[in-house]
Design a protein around this ligand. Structure first.
Ligand SMILES: [Zn+2]
Length: 106
């Protein structure tokens, strides 16, 4: 049984918004499940981080998507830091080299 069927069986109300965004609310109008903006999967509210100004007080991305995003960000940054360090190293090396050439010419 899919999560959608599971929610319908529990008599939560299915609501639809444009662009395939689906969410379910309980009798109090609380969001119990919604579609993740990242992976597009319908997931229980507990799979989202709390966000005061978010839809249903939930963040737009599920926890799985956030951890992937964080990891990508970390990888991105690590690569960037490496590049910056390399550029510095080669610049220093080049400076040293031109200095040595200059010294030898004297
Ligand atoms: Zn997701």
């Amino acid at each position: 049984m899919s999560l959608r069927e599971e929610l319908l069986v529990q008599e939560y109300e299915e609501r639809k918004k444009p662009r395939g965004f689906v969410y379910f609310t309980d009798a109090d109008g609380q969001v119990v499940a919604k579609t993740c903006r990242g992976c597009g999967e319908l997931k229980y509210a507990k799979n989202y981080h709390h966000k005061n100004d978010g839809f249903g007080h939930l963040g737009p991305y599920c926890k799985a998507c956030i951890s992937i995003r964080d990891r990508d960000y970390y990888i991105e940054n690590r690569e960037r830091v490496k590049r910056v360090k390399n550029a510095y190293y080669y610049r220093k090396k080049a400076e040293q080299l031109s200095f040595n050439l200059f010294e030898n010419n004297e």
